[in-house]
Write a protein that binds this ligand. Structure first.
Ligand code: FE2
Length: 257
């Protein structure tokens, strides 16, 4: 497990600069920020990098949906996104970004106890611009969940060189990393949202890993959200064209050097 702080910083900066995310984000935030009479209070999402929110009343209705947006089709996808972006969730996202936003992918992810652990079941940061959010919306009862480390403590791990590592150097036990860095092992929180609730977090700044359920299957809707200049609804059907093609639900992989 090589620790390479230089690479972590380079990836973070290159994601934002070379791909112009930071420019479009700043433009969107300037415009939107003028709408605030005074700066909004810090939210839980601001302070920790993650929060839990109730969203769907009837999560079981979506269990049989196909995994990919393309297979769901435009109408079902749009109807589902309309349900997901409640006024409360919209407000949380707008306050975090200081801008409007746009979903850039939606898919259903499923894992069972018997499945081989994947790379998302080990501690990692998602690659992508610093300012983006991921929603993992749980569809059924589970004793698994999403394990997270608060943003400020995650930042120490990234600064010490554990972020955007190759997938085979991800660890299951974060103590292996903190021991090597000589820092205190951070608090690790297992978040187990109730069916219909989700965890909203900053996946490129908050260390996280998926935790499988001990029985049955863990089913969750995964939505990736970026800052945008107009409300996402006003950008449909162009938004659909992007979502339909973005099936692996992420940003292009970028490693330094
Ligand atoms: Fe992830």
């Amino acid at each position: 497990m090589p620790l390479d702080p230089r690479q972590c910083l380079e990836v973070l900066v290159r994601q934002d600069l070379e791909r112009n995310y930071i420019l479009s984000y700043l433009a969107a935030a300037f415009e939107f920020g003028e709408g605030f009479e005074k700066p909004p209070k810090l939210s839980t999402l601001d302070k920790r990098g993650w929060d839990v929110i109730k969203i769907l009343d009837n999560p079981q209705d979506y269990l049989d949906y196909p995994d990919s947006a393309e297979d769901m089709g435009e109408d079902r996808c749009l109807a589902l996104l309309d349900r997901i972006f409640t006024d409360k969730l919209t407000d949380m996202i707008q306050r975090r970004f200081w801008s409007e936003f746009m979903p850039i992918s939606i898919r259903i992810a499923r894992d069972a106890r018997k499945d081989k652990p994947g790379t998302s079941h080990k501690w990692h940061f998602d690659t992508g611009p610093q300012t983006h959010l991921k929603l993992l919306l749980y569809l059924n009862e589970t004793d698994g969940g999403t394990m997270v480390i608060n943003r400020h403590e995650s930042d120490l791990l990234a600064r010490g060189g554990y972020a955007y590592t190759t997938e085979d150097s991800r660890v299951n036990d974060i103590e292996k990393v903190t021991r090597k860095m000589g820092i205190k092992t951070p608090k690790q929180t297992l978040v187990t949202p109730k069916p219909g609730s989700g965890i909203l977090f900053e996946p490129s700044l908050v260390a996280h890993k998926g935790v499988k359920t001990s029985k049955g299957v863990r089913n969750l809707i995964q939505v990736l959200i970026i800052p945008f200049s107009v409300p996402w609804r006003n950008n449909w059907p162009q938004g659909w064209d992007l979502i339909r093609r973005n099936d692996n639900a992420g940003f292009p992989h970028m490693r330094a050097g």
